[in-house]
Design a protein around this ligand. Structure first.
Ligand code: SF4
Ligand code: SF4
Length: 495
């Protein structure tokens, strides 16, 4: 199949050999699970259990709130130990609302599972509803609730499903192993998603550094019309949604638009596997595969892990670290986030835990920009990273937006190539965070104003009703007085 060139990109040392040959192993049950109620983009789920409650695997722990949200389910059977704040898998290290579960060791499934023999006989909307009920979110790290994307057929003229099996981040091999070991299940999930979207064409993009995954997925897909596995050049960030679509189809998604605007929906291979499990077996999303790697890890591995498992349990299973890691990362080294502590739990979007040595991180002091334009050449979005960073540095956030900040996919290619070691992507993430905080504060102000206006209107209404009631009572008293006087006059006249 003809592929199309995208601009920019880099070729970091992929370091995948550390874990690529490690089959997926199920991590033993940890002593405690810490399950945050927010593991997705959108509104946090609302706890639906109380302290001391006994739950079974798959029982609902927290209910989704609103259109963009996802429920959270019990990863195993046990007792709820509490609901409170716990450090989150986020660089800020801030605590988030978390449900703590003590496993009973029996791992008994709930009796509320609804397996389906033939998902293709279901209406597309019902498939999407089952995916929503299972709490499935984009498992490549984006964590957007998957059902929302499966429901796009009503609003867009869709024709193609693109499956992201690129796994272009260095070190990560969990998608590679999943495609090798569960190719039939992944293909089944992909076909179920294509059915929900109503599309007849599916393209599965896998980078050429995963020949076994390509072969096995091709074999699993060959019996099905319209499903094609395509080998992609190994180039970061091939897994970026818009660039993947452009490489496979030649279609460019306009700035600020969705790929759905050009008729294409993108999902990840791990998401497809979760969809297979949800539809065929009725399983909600309670576990995922995670790569544990990096030069500081004694025995790098690919692990099947219950959501809520502390990162420390994964590292312990891998034999711990051979030296003090210079950097701990959740996700890949290019787009991942620093891990604030190994106490934080694995969540639905966690695809990697990396413990990197000083040699691997090789961090050098930040120098001055020499205007070499390497960052401009590397940017796959055609942006001017040096200019954006200069504006972000002086706090000119509106200026960064004007020259394309919101089109930046935070891939880190610019930082990677910068000879002056300027952490460009960190400036952009900071600027985006500030803008989001500004937006939230503006929203809060508007909301406060709206609530104050509502309260004033309510009080005015109460005053008006009170006044009307008083006037009514006055009228009734006067009427009663008048009637009494008339009755007295009548009595006097009769006497
Ligand atoms: S790569 Fe670094 S030094 Fe070169 S222009 Fe960009 S910011 Fe400046
Ligand atoms: S982080 Fe943003 S600016 Fe830098 S290369 Fe990636 S898309 Fe371009």
């Amino acid at each position: 199949m003809k592929l199309f060139r995208i601009r920019g990109g880099v070729h970091p040392d992929d370091r995948k050999t550390l874990s690529a040959s490690q089959p997926i192993v199920t991590l033993p049950m940890p002593e405690l699970l810490h399950i945050p109620v927010q593991q997705h983009i959108g509104a946090a789920a609302q706890p639906a259990v109380r302290r001391g409650q006994i739950v079974r695997k798959g029982d609902l722990l927290a209910r989704n709130q609103g259109a963009i949200s996802a429920p959270v389910h019990a990863p195993t059977s046990g007792r709820i130990m509490g609901i409170g704040n716990f450090p989150a898998n986020h660089p800020s290290g801030l605590s988030v609302r978390t449900i703590t579960l003590k496993p009973d060791g029996e791992d008994r499934w709930t009796d509320k599972l609804t397996p389906c023999d033939d998902p293709f006989a279901l209406e597309p909307a019902e498939v999407a509803q089952r995916v929503a009920d299972a709490g499935i979110v984009g498992m490549g790290g984006a964590t957007f609730p998957s059902a929302v994307k499966l429901n796009l057929r009503d609003r867009y003229r869709l024709h193609t499903l693109v499956i992201n099996g690129a796994e272009c981040e260095p070190y990560l091999t969990c998608d590679d192993r999943l495609m090798q070991e569960n190719a039939a299940e992944v293909i089944d999930g992909i076909r179920i998603m294509a059915h929900a979207l109503g599309v007849s064409r599916t393209l599965i993009g896998i980078e050429n550094n995963k020949p076994d995954a390509q072969r096995l997925m091709r074999e699993a897909a060959q019996a099905f019309d319209g499903v094609e596995v395509v080998g992609l050049p190994t180039r970061y960030p091939m897994g970026s949604e818009k660039h993947l679509v452009q490489t496979l189809t030649g279609r460019e998604t306009p700035a600020r638009a969705l790929t759905a605007d050009i008729g294409i929906v993108v999902h990840n291979v791990a998401t497809a596997y979760a969809v297979h499990e949800a539809l065929r077996l009725g399983y909600p999303l309670v576990e995922r595969t995670v790569t544990v790697s990096g030069g500081a890890v004694k025995n790098p591995a690919n692990l099947r892990v219950l959501i809520g498992t502390p990162v420390s349990s994964l590292l312990d299973y891998c034999g711990g670290t051979v030296e003090e890691p210079a950097r701990m990362i959740s996700g890949g080294p290019m787009m991942g986030q620093p891990l604030p502590s190994t106490r934080v739990p694995i969540v639905k979007g966690s695809n990697g835990v990396l413990a990197l040595t000083g040699k691997e991180t090789a961090s050098r002091p930040e120098g001055a920009c020499i205007r070499c334009a390497s960052c401009v050449n590397a940017c796959p979005c055609g942006l001017l990273p040096l200019e954006m960073a200069a504006r972000a540095k002086v706090g000119d956030l509106d200026g960064t937006v004007k020259i394309g900040l919101m089109d930046c996919v935070a891939c880190g290619s610019c930082s990677y190539v910068c000879p002056s070691n300027i952490p460009l992507v960190q400036y952009f993430n900071y600027a985006k965070g500030e803008l989001a905080a500004r937006q939230r504060s503006k929203h809060k102000q508007l909301e406060t104003k709206r609530l104050a206006e509502q309260r004033t209107a309510r009080m005015e209404e109460q005053k008006r009703k009170k006044r009307e009631q008083m006037e009514k009572r006055k009228r009734e008293a006067a009427e009663a007085k008048r009637k009494k006087a008339a009755a007295a006059a009548q009595t006097e006249a009769n006497a």
